[in-house]
Design a protein around this ligand. Structure first.
Ligand code: PHE
Length: 336
């Protein structure tokens, strides 16, 4: 039996060398795999093979059968594609198939733009974890335990002392812990707050914070950097206004407004007829923050600022609902 199997394989291989068309391929199939073909002939003989050789003979025979099936199939496909090529003419008038085109998300585009402006001013980009400890989100930033934003309602807690960061100021602390001044970095990333979702609130949004620490850093440096940023981001004519404000981690602190880019100072619905739009928070780093990371407040000063990327993108592109960014509606995303 084993010899016969070997012979059939051999003759099949030899004959296949001369097969060049579909008709002969089919004849080969009938000859080898047909109901009265060589393989089923041998199958019929199996019962007469002596008992201890029978299992291995059966196995060999099956292997041969599968091999022949595969070879014939391969030949058939080969011949088919060959024929297709022979008859092929290129129809130059046929419309092409447009590949699906992807594009950057408007938030990514805005983030890239913000990053580019600060990188061109010498800032490095730094990132940190979205899951944080209270120390980085609060304590080191001079937000004491009784501060209202520590309340569980204003922060997503995962468990005691572990939370989703509510601002990227956490990364300021992480950088200062590891490096000595001078420091000049921006910190882009996602932040989380348990706000009810509406046209201007989302439980997750993006921030870019900035930090510059060195000897003799002044408020005027902060004003210079931010005025330059707003002009590059919103156009040369954009005016910047600093309003006194409060943040625990900066002193003094300011809220920064730009002249309304929609009405250019005439008063409109977007600026609620105030002619100004608030775009970020900023200030001089509170000496307490320096103490928390082991810097000497007598030696160093610095400034920090933070902005919401969604807000900037909404103003820049005239989008009136923050939810549009996260609904994945291609009709919306296609416009950018
Ligand atoms: N961390 C502040 C916020 O999330 C923004 C800010 C950063 C303000 C740095 C001042 C300085 O609202």
């Amino acid at each position: 039996m084993e010899n016969e199997i070997r012979d059939i394989r051999h003759s099949f291989e030899e004959e296949m060398k001369n097969v060049t068309d579909a008709k002969t391929t089919e004849e080969m199939r009938i000859k080898y795999l047909g109901r009265k073909g060589l393989i089923s002939g041998l199958m019929g003989k199996l019962p007469s093979v002596n008992e201890d050789e029978r299992p291995s003979a059966g196995k060999e025979l099956n292997i041969l059968k599968t091999y022949i099936q595969k070879e014939l199939e391969r030949k058939k496909n080969e011949l088919l594609s060959g024929e297709a090529k022979k008859g092929e003419k290129i129809d130059v008038t046929m419309p092409g198939i447009l590949p699906e085109e992807g594009r950057l998300h408007p938030i990514t585009k805005t983030l890239n733009e913000i990053n580019d402006i600060f990188v061109s001013l010498g800032f490095k980009i730094a990132e940190g974890p979205e899951i944080e400890k209270e120390f980085y989100n609060f304590e080191a930033l001079n937000i004491p335990p009784e501060h209202p934003s520590r309340d569980a309602f204003d922060t997503f807690y995962i468990k005691n002392d572990v939370l989703l960061r509510s601002h990227t100021s956490t990364v300021q602390i992480r950088i200062m812990e590891k490096t000595q001044p001078p420091i000049q970095a921006i910190m882009p990333g996602k932040v989380y707050r348990p706000d009810a979702v509406d046209a201007s609130h989302s439980f997750m949004f993006h921030q870019v914070e900035g930090l510059l620490v060195d000897k003799d850093v002044k408020f005027s440096d902060l004003k210079g950097v931010l005025s330059l940023f707003t002009k590059r981001m919103f156009g040369e004519k954009t005016k910047t206004r600093f309003r006194p404000s409060f943040f625990p981690f900066t002193e003094p602190s300011a809220e920064v407004d730009i002249s309304c880019i929609i009405c250019r100072g005439k008063g409109c619905r977007v600026c609620s007829h105030t002619r100004w739009l608030e775009i970020l928070g900023a200030g001089m780093v509170n000496p307490r923050v320096f103490e928390a990371v082991g810097y000497s407040p007598n030696k160093y000063t610095g400034f920090a600022f933070g902005m919401g990327v969604e807000r900037i993108a909404m103003l820049k592109y005239g989008i009136d609902d923050i939810r549009l960014f996260f609904e994945n509606d291609v009709r919306f995303l296609k416009q950018f």
